[in-house]
Design a protein around this ligand. Structure first.
Ligand SMILES: *Cc1c(COP(=O)(O)O)cnc(C)c1O
Length: 382
């Protein structure tokens, strides 16, 4: 059968079914003990091979254009498992420095203890990366778009550098989702997701995913079994339900975010908007060449840097909820200076563009005019 379009793949499951059921959805099988015997596979949740896990693996692999997938209890479990499977004591890794806070903490607090060294590169040039690569470098890791400033990393450039130096490439594709960006098509080896965000999409689930080739997934699988970050069948069921609407949700997130980015960009109380879909974003052309949509995340800086005004603005929003995390159907907003970047000094934060007036917005799927009206009203207050 010809591979179906993503909209169809989200709604229907085309993978193998271990048994027939008359229900049109996958039966939930809450078993931790499975029969064994001649000719039977040893099934166990922590072996990542239950029916409910395999349905998600197959669906996510297909949506990302990979061959296989493993799902975990959180995005960090997926990231940790992938990295610790590829890196051993004495190895070195190169990271593009705009990283999710949890990933940064993993490097800074766990790598040295394991005898793994790393270099953070802060410029997107071939030169900067080649300077960072050593004879013991094994992996090149990056995110795109990045948190919280929505920078875009040139995927082709990363793949070219990695290929020339024999490195395995990993991308955290959480912000884009498999609907907007499929890095495997550009030659990336491993795609990582915090499914807690867009894949789950309803702010009620925590999971993570690794998508890659059969060969790489096979090699990560044995580490995954040892680290034990597997997922339960009830969450698998919720993921399956979430994926059915992934394509429609993400398309609405894209539409709303672009419209809000343009609206805020034109507002005189807003100093700057960071959104890869805006034509004046410094990496807009690269974003256009590697993304099918620009995603539901945007950041903006208010003209005022006064923390009280910023707080008052956020508290005046009625529809948009002040909350951490992202990727849900409901719009949420947070101040990176007061949340993800609170441990940095004001100077350190400002050096990377995280000012007191910066706000990160996860644009939901509400009506766009209601969202604009909410911002218009809150901007009037300051
Ligand atoms: C949230 C997030 C993670 C971590 O995922 P968890 O599900 O919270 O473990 C990793 N990367 C990015 C970009 C994220 O937004």
């Amino acid at each position: 059968m010809k591979k179906k379009a993503k909209e169809t793949q989200c709604v229907h499951y085309f993978g193998e079914k271990p048994y027939e059921s008359q229900g049109i959805n996958t039966p939930v099988e809450p078993a931790s003990a499975f029969k064994y015997g001649e000719g039977m596979v040893n099934v166990y949740p922590r072996y990542f091979n239950t029916y409910n896990q395999k349905v998600i693996n197959s669906q996510l692999a297909s949506l990302e254009g990979g061959e296989d997938c493993l799902i975990f209890g959180s995005g960090m479990a997926a990231i940790t498992t992938a990295l610790f499977s590829l890196l051993n004591s004495g190895d070195h890794a190169v990271f593009y420095n705009e990283l999710y806070g949890g990933t940064f903490n993993l490097l800074s607090s766990e790598f040295e203890k394991k005898g793994i060294s790393f270099t953070l590169v802060n410029k997107q040039t071939k030169d900067a990366f080649e300077k960072a690569i050593q004879s013991n470098t094994k992996v090149l890791y990056f995110e795109s778009p990045t948190n919280p400033l929505l920078s875009v990393v040139d995927i082709k450039l990363m793949v070219d550098i990695a290929k020339a130096n024999g490195l395995t490439t990993l991308i955290d594709n959480t912000f884009a989702s498999p609907i907007n960006q499929n890095p495997i098509e550009f030659g990336v080896d491993i795609v990582l997701h915090s499914g807690t965000k867009y894949l789950g999409g309803h702010s009620d689930l925590s999971f993570g995913a690794i998508v890659s080739s059969n060969e790489i997934i096979k090699s990560i699988h044995s580490t995954a079994i040892n680290l034990g970050g597997s997922l339960n069948p009830f969450d698998c069921y919720l993921i399956e339900r979430s994926i059915k609407t992934l394509d429609v949700r993400v398309k609405r997130h894209n539409e709303n975010a672009l419209a809000l980015a343009e609206f805020l960009d034109a507002h005189d109380k807003v100093k700057k908007v960071y959104y890869p879909g805006l034509v004046d974003h410094d990496k807009h052309e690269i974003a256009k060449s590697q993304m099918k949509g620009f995603g539901g995340m945007l950041s903006f800086e208010l003209a005022t840097q006064n923390q009280e005004d910023v707080n008052q603005f956020v508290d005046s929003l009625q529809l948009v909820c002040k909350a951490l995390s992202l990727g849900g159907v409901e719009s949420t907003i947070c101040s990176p200076a007061l949340t993800s970047h609170i441990k940095m000094t004001k100077q350190e934060r400002e050096a990377i563009g995280v000012t007191d007036g910066l706000l990160r917005l996860s644009v939901g799927i509400e009506n766009i005019n209601d969202l604009k009206a909410d911002f218009e009203n809150a901007l009037k207050v300051i």
